[in-house]
Design a protein around this ligand. Structure first.
Ligand code: COA
Length: 183
């Protein structure tokens, strides 16, 4: 295996990755925290058919094998995502980015892959958009792995708990918002 494939790497998603994403979006450890699987898959298909610089979909590989997915996109270009922040009291600086992310196989979680893939996603975002002020990510308070992985990658919690509509039926409305500042 080539040296550059070792460890956690990000590469652009392609049409060949869509069936894998469809599987991963339906994994119980993902549906526990993520709703609207159809819309997420549709967003990935759109990105393949109509690529745009402000909506990047990356596959994460571990030692060359598919392990996860990170979608990086500019909040203001996606009205539903912007409203999720601004309707609920979160200020979103112009040009801010946000991420959706997952590890595909639950047995690969809790091994630091999430933290490492987020660190690389942050670096790529800064490289792709040097004028970006920050990355903002809302996360359910009970999704401890997610906010801990973000903290490990250098994100800081905004103070307080935010009252956001749950993504999954039956969840409480308690969310945290984490921020990585570029400047
Ligand atoms: C969120 C996700 C990507 C994290 O990936 P991961 O590889 O498991 O994350 P890491 O191993 O890098 O970090 C997880 C951290 O949470 C900690 N953790 C997990 N559950 C915990 C708990 N119940 N209590 C305390 N700490 C906990 C781990 O110890 C680790 O912290 P550490 O690095 O300080 O030891 C992965 O769990 C996932 O795919 N979840 C489903 C999709 C999802 O929720 N996406 C995010 C939506 S915002």
């Amino acid at each position: 295996m080539a040296q550059q494939q070792l460890g956690v790497q990000l590469r652009p998603m392609t049409a060949e990755d869509l069936p894998t994403l469809d599987e991963w979006f339906n994994e119980p450890h993902v549906t526990k925290h993520w709703g609207n699987v159809a819309a997420r898959l549709e967003a990935a298909k759109q990105a393949v058919e109509h690529p745009r610089w402000d909506d990047q979909h990356d596959m994460v590989t571990l030692d060359g094998e598919p392990a996860g997915y990170v979608r990086r996109f500019r909040v203001h270009e996606f009205a539903d995502r912007l409203a999720r922040f601004t309707d609920n009291g979160v200020d979103v600086p112009k040009g801010a980015w946000t991420f959706d992310f997952l590890i595909g196989d639950s047995s690969a979680t809790q091994r630091g892959i999430g933290r490492r893939m987020l660190m690389q996603a942050v670096e790529r975002t800064e490289r792709d958009d040097p004028s970006a002020p920050c990355i903002l990510i809302p996360v359910h308070q009970d999704n401890v792995s997610s906010w801990k992985a973000m903290q490990g990658a250098g994100f800081m919690n905004l103070p307080g708990v935010y009252d956001l509509p749950p993504l999954v039926e039956g969840q409480s409305r308690n969310h945290l918002v984490l921020r990585h500042n570029f400047r």
